[in-house]
Design a protein around this ligand. Structure first.
Ligand SMILES: [Zn+2]
Length: 87
């Protein structure tokens, strides 16, 4: 697994959509690649923040595009592309 493939996987990682083999490949790559480790940390932090907000915000009052805009704001300072999340 190379870095670009890993970063594709990382976008799925917080939701546990990876199969066991891929998840193991991700773990192996992360154990060796500092750059991807940093990326993974950033995404984990972002995901936990989204979960925190998800619990504290009343779902029925959240506009449908709130998560997209929040993700965009969170991703921007990290330099992660988020264009695909924009409806
Ligand atoms: Zn890497």
């Amino acid at each position: 697994m190379d870095c670009s493939r890993l970063r594709e996987c990382l976008s799925l990682y917080p939701t546990k959509d990876l199969d066991d083999t891929t998840a193991r490949d991700v773990q192996i790559h992360l154990s060796r690649c500092r750059s991807c480790q940093n990326q993974a940390e950033a995404l984990r932090w972002q995901a936990s923040l989204l979960r925190t907000y998800g619990r504290s915000l009343p779902a029925r009052e959240a506009a449908p595009d709130v998560w997209g805009r929040l993700a965009e704001r969170l991703a921007a300072p990290l330099g992660a592309p988020s264009a695909r999340r924009v409806p």
